[in-house]
Ligand binder design. Sequence first.
Ligand code: ATP
Length: 208
Amino acid sequence: MQAILGGTFDPVHRGHLHIAQAGRDLLDAESVTLMLSARPWHRDTPEAPAEHRWNMLCLAAQSAPGLVASDIEAERPGPSYTADTLRELRRRVGCMEPLVWLIGEDAVTLLSSWRDHEALPGLCHLLVFAREGRPHRVPDGFRLAERPQELSELPAGSVHFAGTPPMAVSGTEVRRAIATENDASALLPAAVWAYIRRHGLYAGVGRA
Ligand code: ATP
């Protein structure tokens, strides 16, 4: 079983660690891979350069047990498409190993706009975490798994909605807190907050 949380991580925050650790427990997985989307194609250019986001992701992974950082998307030229990443992972792990993509409910509602989204049910399972109280909707091509254990019975194609209580923190909120209050320490792992201060990141965000 390979469990992956992909994201822009601009910056990585406590909400990411909350779902990564909950996912690891629910799946009884050895680790969860935090995978940096170096050049996301479906949203604005990240505020912080990929190098800083990667360094912060490594610090966050070190701050909690069972988390591993990966930058395999950065190794590929061009935009970071999740389907391509999953194909690459599939090649590495073989066709029978379950691959589970951890995802927030806000992102899962946008899945049908992702490039090559029809390929996703053949490549991975989804483990969905509540975010803004949206109703559960099974994405096209996936089947509902009532129990998380069902995700380890097949290599791909199921979606399970985790009952984990949501943690209301987002990258947007973190960037705004730094720019307006110069303090986001409560929202971030301590080492990430120290890194942001050392490098003066996000200080100008939202300022005229
Ligand atoms: P931004 O506010 O900049 O859009 P974000 O906090 O949504 O950032 P991403 O790096 O884009 O962060 O998120 C990566 C993944 O983690 C996405 O699937 C997203 O839905 C999920 N995620 C992020 N924060 C949370 C949270 N607090 N609860 C549940 N899922 C989350």
